[in-house]
Design a binder for this molecule. Structure first.
Ligand SMILES: *[C@@H]1O[C@H](CO)[C@@H](O)[C@H](O)[C@H]1NC(C)=O
Ligand SMILES: *[C@@H]1O[C@H](CO)[C@@H](O)[C@H](O)[C@H]1NC(C)=O
Ligand SMILES: *[C@@H]1O[C@H](CO)[C@@H](O)[C@H](O)[C@H]1NC(C)=O
Ligand SMILES: *[C@@H]1O[C@H](CO)[C@@H](O)[C@H](O)[C@H]1NC(C)=O
Ligand SMILES: *[C@@H]1O[C@H](CO)[C@@H](O)[C@H](O)[C@H]1NC(C)=O
Ligand SMILES: *[C@@H]1O[C@H](CO)[C@@H](O)[C@H](O)[C@H]1NC(C)=O
Length: 208
């Protein structure tokens, strides 16, 4: 009787340990083992928009079965639907904002050599410059493709006070692109380190 109870307990304990081990492998159970989130950012240097892979400074924590990555205080969020095959000229990020592409495709480009006469030129920036209509302006080359879904998160931070003309955005998909845009409180750029210039490599995006 006692030995059968003991063996039942052993079986239960074994099942429990198996489940616990499986859970531990799925979701790391200790903060120290969780790397912070990396995210592609449209940033700026020397008054020119560039792409960078940022690692956010805040550490994730576990609550209610989820790994939670803090993204900071936000304000005035908006939901944007962009018609299929929309091309937007050079523009700056209106706010320092988190952008979540839920559907469709976002194509970001810098290093555009664009004639002054192109509608892509922001007249406010360029009207003040003494140059001929045929002049072009080149910014460092880079591009990013963001597809709606779990890797569709990026940060747009090339506001007009840090980037003269901003970046070019295109939404080339045959279906509408859907974005959730969430400005950060006070346009505060989240604390981060720059991992490298360019978009985040697939392997540096959330691997869980
Ligand atoms: C994990 O981080 C959260 C938030 O920083 C903290 O409240 C919690 O105590 C930490 N847990 C462990 C096991 O360190
Ligand atoms: C601008 O380009 C056009 C066409 O190439 C040319 O005819 C014109 O002379 C150029 N203007 C200047 C100011 O260079
Ligand atoms: C910008 O793009 C041109 C070609 O389109 C390339 O030759 C040039 O090196 C790029 N400049 C920078 C700073 O990346
Ligand atoms: C950035 O460029 C614009 C247009 O050339 C200029 O008006 C502005 O002063 C520049 N800003 C900085 C910080 O250099
Ligand atoms: C640009 O403006 C935002 C507020 O709109 C501010 O948070 C940021 O510090 C400014 N950047 C620089 C380099 O002045
Ligand atoms: C962020 O990138 C670093 C450097 O490649 C990597 O070690 C880390 O695992 C990445 N973070 C996540 C959450 O994937």
């Amino acid at each position: 009787m006692l030995s059968s109870l003991k063996s039942s307990l052993t079986i239960l304990l074994t099942i429990f340990l198996t489940i616990a081990t499986t859970l531990a492998q799925t979701i790391p159970s200790f903060n120290a083992t969780l790397p912070p989130l990396n995210v592609t950012a449209i940033s700026a240097r020397d008054n020119i928009s560039i792409l960078e892979c940022w690692q956010l400074a805040t550490l994730p924590s576990i609550f209610a079965g989820a790994i939670n990555f803090p993204l900071g205080a936000v304000e005035k969020a908006s939901w944007a639907v962009i018609p299929p095959r929309t091309m937007v000229g050079l523009h700056n990020a209106p706010y320092v904002q988190l952008v979540f592409a839920l559907a469709g495709t976002v194509h970001i480009k810098t290093n555009q050599t664009i004639p002054r006469t192109s509608p892509s030129y922001s007249s406010t920036v360029w009207s003040s410059l003494p140059s001929s209509p045929n002049d072009t302006f080149a910014v460092p080359e880079a591009e990013a493709w963001m597809h709606g879904g779990r890797n569709g998160f990026f940060i747009a931070a090339d506001t007009s006070n840090v980037s003269a003309v901003g970046h070019v955005a295109e939404f080339p998909s045959d279906a509408a692109t859907v974005l959730v845009q969430v400005p950060l409180e006070g346009n505060r750029v989240p604390e981060h380190t720059v991992l490298y210039e360019g978009v985040c490599a697939e392997g540096d995006l959330l691997g869980y």
